[in-house]
Design a protein around this ligand. Sequence first.
Ligand code: ADP
Ligand code: BMX
Ligand code: ZN
Length: 288
Amino acid sequence: MNTLTIDIGGTKLAAALINENDEILQRREMSTPSSTSPADLEYALSQLVKPYKGLAGRVAVASTGIIDKGILTALNPDNLGGLNAFPLQATIEALTGLPCRVLNDAQAAAWAEYSRLSASVQNMAFITVSTGVGGGIVLNGELLTGPHAFAGHLGHCQADPQGPICGCGRIGCVEVIASGRGIASAAVQDLEGKNAREIFQAAQSGHAQAQKLVTRSAQAICQLIGNLKALLDIDCIVLGGSVGLAQNYREQVEQLLSQLPPAYHVSILPAHFQHDAGLMGAAMWQAK
Ligand code: ADP
Ligand code: BMX
Ligand code: ZN
């Protein structure tokens, strides 16, 4: 049976048809609506899934936000239109007429990436550096979701008690410093108004402020990884998201981590499924 899989991110919506061998048969992408209206998200999702009518027997969704018992609530309302208690599972089931399972995007990606690691790895964390900073933790071979589906929201660990206020309401979260939005919002002068992709391009061509913004992000991720190592003694980290997968970013995090004492060192791998880790993970979780 084919699975229709959907990834709802703060910047883009993706959908794919996946067969029983976990191969992607068709894939498409759209921008996430910038409006705060649940009706606009529902309309965008209806457009996204339209071409797949009649081609799948079930749906699997990976979405940004806290996904508890099928209901989506944005922890950081800046990232997804302030959605509160959006009935994601019921909405997708009504749009497609198919049974659906939903999971947080980074938890889903962690599950997919864990499946590609050597069997000797039983403890790992996935970090997405994207519109926000998300995370998923696998401990003793089990995906940690937590009693309220909040487990693994690593982007909301504190990076700097003197830092800016995060959209979640807390001061100095990793997300407000390291994410694509965090990078863009700290840009000044000629970089003001540029997005993270443009700032990375500027950094590649030697722009000093752009390089500082990228390093500040990599430094916050490096410290987060050190904290995860101390907290959970994980075997490895997998890095994903468009910022996490950007040229030289992982290498920069590795270089910063190598400057910490050896007890904090842990290998950092790029996401095997690259930008499709959430899509793949949702489907694998659905089939579990
Ligand atoms: P989503 O958050 O919807 O899952 P992405 O993983 O693509 O989407 O993350 C979006 C963020 O990544 C945006 O802030 C965007 O500016 C940034 N971005 C996109 N492409 C690149 C790139 N090539 N290099 C650095 N940042 C990028
Ligand atoms: C935010 C939070 C997480 C999500 C992470 C990455 C919201 C809407 N989302 O920390 O649930 O996993 O962003 O999301 O509060 P992405 O859109 O950057 O992939
Ligand atoms: Zn936060």
